[in-house]
Design a protein around this ligand. Structure first.
Ligand SMILES: Nc1nc2c(ncn2[C@@H]2O[C@H](COP(=O)(O)OP(=O)(O)OP(=O)(O)O)[C@@H](O)[C@H]2O)c(=O)[nH]1
Ligand SMILES: [Mg+2]
Length: 317
């Protein structure tokens, strides 16, 4: 996808968050001329209401306070520049996933990606988009339908595989998900495919037996191909709010999550959760979903994200 289109989708996808967050910030700036204690208290409320999270908000407010004092900012109009800076700083905390191209890291093939998350987070859709992106980047891809729990899961992944132009490995509904994962990797090895993406059934992070099943799928992958899975992506619905942090914690304990995908950013005014996750969690956000179409998945680019959040607002810098 052309870079310009990607930028437009990100910008449009973040419009609800931007309108809610900066609509309120602009109002605040217009209603008060100086950055005083009352101003900062109101700013704090705005950030919390956008799901930026209590700890993250505290960090941002403290830092703004310090800079106002040290660097002598007085007028509320200057806040814009400070805020953008501070949001960018929070996002940098989890390091940078190379923005732009979707390239596999060096190493053995196939590169095995296991995709996990709670029910309806957007796993299967993300797999469709991811498979498409990898194929567009020139890789051969196999997807494994290891959600054998939900009746229509196979059909749904099949539709996505067809759209993405990649191969799908599946078994009957109710089959052992570990067996499907095993087959998918075996098939990719036999055909010398470069990427395998394993779909799994949605599950609540608090259900012990279901988390055990997920661990088992991971063990099967490891056994079939030592070193696999090379990536474990946890898919989070951006509108879930602070519960996303609990999901990261529990799924990481169970299957060693290596990256996060934040979906449905386009449908929520609570995109501030990206900041809470970057501030509180060690695991980087690697992709964001900004729509339901096949080209609506983007590599998470921190700088572009902050730019998109400020784009077109009165306070753009
Ligand atoms: N607007 C929007 N919708 C999305 C996005 N990603 C997924 N969806 C929608 O979210 C719904 C659930 O997506 P699925 O991919 O089926 O979610 P899942 O995690 O596989 O669900 P289970 O397998 O049932 O646990 C679908 O209607 C998707 O179209 C996104 O980035 N933006
Ligand atoms: Mg699914």
């Amino acid at each position: 996808m052309a870079l310009f289109d990607a930028w437009k989708k990100l910008k449009d996808g973040l419009s609800k968050t931007r309108d809610s967050l900066f609509g309120k910030v602009a109002q605040l700036v217009n209603s008060k001329s100086s950055i005083d204690a009352d101003f900062l208290e109101k700013l704090e409320e705005i950030l919390i209401s956008a799901d930026v999270g209590a700890g993250t908000t505290q960090t941002i407010i403290e830092s703004i306070k310090k800079r106002v004092k040290q660097e002598g900012y007085e007028s509320s109009g200057e806040l814009t520049h400070l805020l953008k800076d501070e949001l960018a700083r929070v996002l940098q905390a989890t390091g940078d996933a190379a923005p732009g191209a979707l390239l596999l890291p060096e190493g053995p093939r196939p590169f095995v990606v296991m995709v996990v998350g709670v029910n309806g987070a957007g796993k299967t859709t993300t797999i469709g988009k991811l498979a498409y992106n990898y194929r567009e980047a020139g890789y051969s891809v196999v997807v494994g339908a290891a959600d054998t729990f939900r009746a229509a899961a196979n059909e749904q992944l099949e539709i996505w595989a067809k759209r993405a132009g990649v191969e799908i490995i599946q078994q009957a509904h109710g089959a052992d998900p570990g067996a499907v994962a095993f087959d998918a990797v075996s098939s990719a090895m036999a055909k010398k495919a470069e990427v395998v993406i394993i779909d799994t059934a949605g599950r609540l992070h608090t259900k012990t037996n279901l988390m055990e099943e997920l661990k088992k799928i991971r063990r099967v992958l490891e056994k079939r191909l030592p070193g696999a899975p090379h990536e474990v992506l946890l898919v989070l619905d951006a509108s879930t709010g602070q519960n996303a942090l609990q999901q990261v914690k529990h799924f990481t304990e169970a299957v060693q999550v290596t990256g996060l995908v934040l979906t449905k950013l386009d449908g929520t005014a609570k995109g501030g959760i990206v900041l809470a996750i970057s501030h509180d969690m060690q695991t980087p956000v690697k992709f964001v979903g900004v729509g339901e179409q096949i080209d609506d998945l983007q590599v998470f680019d921190r700088a572009a994200f902050v730019d998109a959040l400020f784009e077109g607002t009165e306070i753009a810098t």
